[in-house]
Ligand binder design. Sequence first.
Ligand code: FEO
Ligand code: CA
Ligand code: CA
Ligand code: CA
Length: 565
Amino acid sequence: KTAGATEALKFGFRPIDIATDHEVHVPEGFETQVMVRWGDPLWSEAEGAYTDTNGVPVEMSDKVFGENTDGMELFVVDGKELIAVNSEYVNPKINLPAEAEGYPRTAQEVELLKNLQGVTVMEVAKGAQGYAVVVDSPYNRRITHETEMVLAGPLAGDDLVKTHADPKGMTVKGTMNNCGSGKTLWGTYLTCEENFNGYFGATGAQPVGQGYQRYGIGGEGRYGYEKFDARYDISQEPNEPHRHGFVTEIDPANPNSVPVKRSALGRFKHENAEMVHAKDGRVVVYLGDDERGEFLYKYVSKNTWAEGQDPSGLLDEGTLFAAKFNDDLSGEWLPLTPDTTGMSIAEILCFTRMAASAAGATTMDRPEWVAANPLKAEAYCALTNNKNRGVKPNAGGDDTATNAVNPRETNHYGQIVRWTPADENHAASEFVWDLYVMAGNPTLYNNDYAGSSNINAGNMFNSPDGMAFSSDGLLWIQTDGDYKNEGDFAGMGNNQMLVGDPDSGEIARFMTVPNGAEVTGLCWSADKTVAFVGIQHPGGSWPDGAGKPRSSVVSVWRKDGYAFG
Ligand code: FEO
Ligand code: CA
Ligand code: CA
Ligand code: CA
């Protein structure tokens, strides 16, 4: 047992020890099992398509659950439970034959990789063996790097987004590097395009596009798409990267609906999209940009909304703000407008990072998920870590000196900031903030690397990333950090999911995931008796015990059947 693990059942469970093995662990009184793995069929024609030697064949690659599960949300449609879930990226080494050495050699191999990323909508149902995917459900859908979409909002139709294939700049193919998620007040899914830059490369002359440096565009694409498809070749289509890096809205209830890219929410490496209904009736979406020295944002709709109203326009007409955290624990949301940035509206939405720099926002230690407390007006953002402050600043970005909200020069462990908006109105332009937790290692340090007072030997973790509130007002924290369990990270073990009490600050370890994996994505069954948790990039041969490691969604429930979400 790890010293100091609290035996209290404050959270309804006894906190668990760290793990360094290749299993999933949950507290006594809980049970877990794998619900769906990379390569599992969504339609019966794909049954048996996955093999542990060859993975998924290209012809079935858009009929199975994708790889590297990430953000997800559950919807109830006509009494059915649907989960929309991201597949953030693929590992070419385990998807392609060994001879490919991790890099596609043909257009077919590129197609395979494209199909195993994007978004899955799937019906799930509880049977005698627990929750499973409903194979052949009419709601099942795969959305990939090739799915037709609409570009909406003020950037649509601008010269910045026109290409040979889309001379009007109104329709885009695909959503890519879908990281975190969100759910609208009107029951649609928000999927967030994070490291989209890596899908583009230059086969010829490297264009020097506006914003290329700040967004990391150039060089060779991560998956070699540009060698087989001109759309991804910035030598031929320099504007194509401007059409990605958005929050994309998908209606899970209608498998024929056309996804919509919401340009009004800005273009950057979006982590997730946490929507809240502000006290004044407007719709607010909190947004993190996961890169060292980038910013935390929020979008506020122009118009108000009430249950039952048509939500058209709410995510197209509004204002984007970037956060400024003052040292005296006050803060301001800085509007990104032509006046504050010297840029046009289209430029602000296409080169949002530069707009926020111009407005004077506070550089952050990699803003990952934002989660809003359903019981009171406050929100939290995981600032995962910053290992390179001053060593490798974001090209073209701002100076990233420490500040009150990112206080550590070398930040291996990360922290979680929270803020309360003025007048308890999420649409307000002022807020007060504090650090909910500074992760650290109090067994090694007694300076600020020990972490805040709510960190102890029994709940140590590093690199908070995924976060979600349960309906009872507890904050669930998922980690994507160093899992070697040595050096600065000794005593932290594999990545984990913890539960935090916003009021007392107490944090307890609920789950550990297989060595190598991060835990990301969390939602609950409609009756809150089952949690669905994403296990991304596991090592070894989890969960099959032989063959390739398979990212999966697991279900977790109380043996006594009580709700816990
Ligand atoms: Fe895909 Fe920032 O995590
Ligand atoms: Ca993440
Ligand atoms: Ca991360
Ligand atoms: Ca990840």
